[in-house]
Write a protein that binds this ligand. Sequence first.
Ligand SMILES: [Zn+2]
Length: 444
Amino acid sequence: VGPLSKSFWCELAWLGGPAPAAGVVIEVDDGRITAVTAGHEVPPAGAERLDGLVVPGFANAHSHAFQRALRGLTHGGSGSFWTWREQMYALAGRLDPDDVLVLTRATFAEMALAGVTLVGEFHYLHHGPGGVPYVEPNVLGAAVIAAAADVGVRLTLIDVCYLHGGIGAPPEGAQRRFCDRDVDAWAARASALAGSAMVRIGAAIHSVRAVDPAAAAAVAAWASERAAPLHAHVSEQPAENEACLAAYGATPSAVLAQAGAMSPRFTAVHATHVTDADVALLGAAGACCCLCPTTERDLADGIGPARRLRDGGVRIALGSDSNAVIEPLEEARAVELDERLATGVRGRHGARDLLAAATRGGYESLGWAGGGVIAPGAPADLVVARLDGVRLVGVPPAERIGALVFAGAAADVTDVVVGGRFVVREGAHVSLDVAAELERALAR
Ligand SMILES: [Zn+2]
């Protein structure tokens, strides 16, 4: 399919201001926005009509798609992050490449229905049972790329370096499937991955538990040479901080800074239990933190210090992480609402800040700078939310952004456009029966 020149007329569109603009025409050429003008009372000839409220596409900056298969199986139990992790390992140990393709496609399709136009898949399931490499060493990464293409969403495949079962401990059980032989083997495999118009390749240091400081420095250098996004799980759990302090005499953030990981391309995932000095390091580097509030709640991790991070100059992105639920607007409002519960203070993050984290913040974190906004030059990635449904009908015009963020749901998403093409139309995926895809994937 060749270049695509077209235009959309939006009844209302959020262009970054306090209230949506009315009668917005968005012109698109070859998947990018070329012009945005407001005040058109009726759609120009040939324009696609988008009724409702149009916002930039949501970026899901941290996903483990396969963990979608744990939904409903793990949430009611007792225990902690560490007992949940054993259940996750049992699942990871069983998946073959076809399972990964089918499950990832179904999960990405659920994300698309919720308005996600860009996924950052933190991909660490690399090898066969027992850690034996596949004949095609990137067969599972290729399955993730194929899944995103089938669904029609943009992807940053964040290839994860994972070497140890814990600090100073060899990998055990399913962890062997995550591990390359050493950091050079990781780099050789990751270097064979290729991006495309819809796919970017990033790197990750899984955590200070799974990657030693010397290897972390090598991963950081690999990402730096390619100007690629670099992510790491950071301080999700107090026990991780304690083990890191005991082994290295420094916090995970300090160890990663020492390894050269911190830069504007760096995203610390979670950052739930960070010190003021950690925040200063992240802020000075111009780094991003990706909060995953619905997963952090589910795993009893704690509440990420989003206000403290933002005050320290750290940018915020959002992720669905374990995919226990896929509700980008819930991730966004949870940043504010969870802090209200913890502090007794309201209004630490405004609706526009939260919506920016769900959109532009994630695009930046995933290496698509300039995306996640409705402006010339940005990818033409759009989400349409209905305003005539039970949750949002009747809201005064000036309050519609706040209402969407604090009361909207995936069920309000009617249409999703990626690169100027419809991926979701009138509440349904254009080519996939998403519930049937999920049922089939989960049955396996
Ligand atoms: Zn994660």
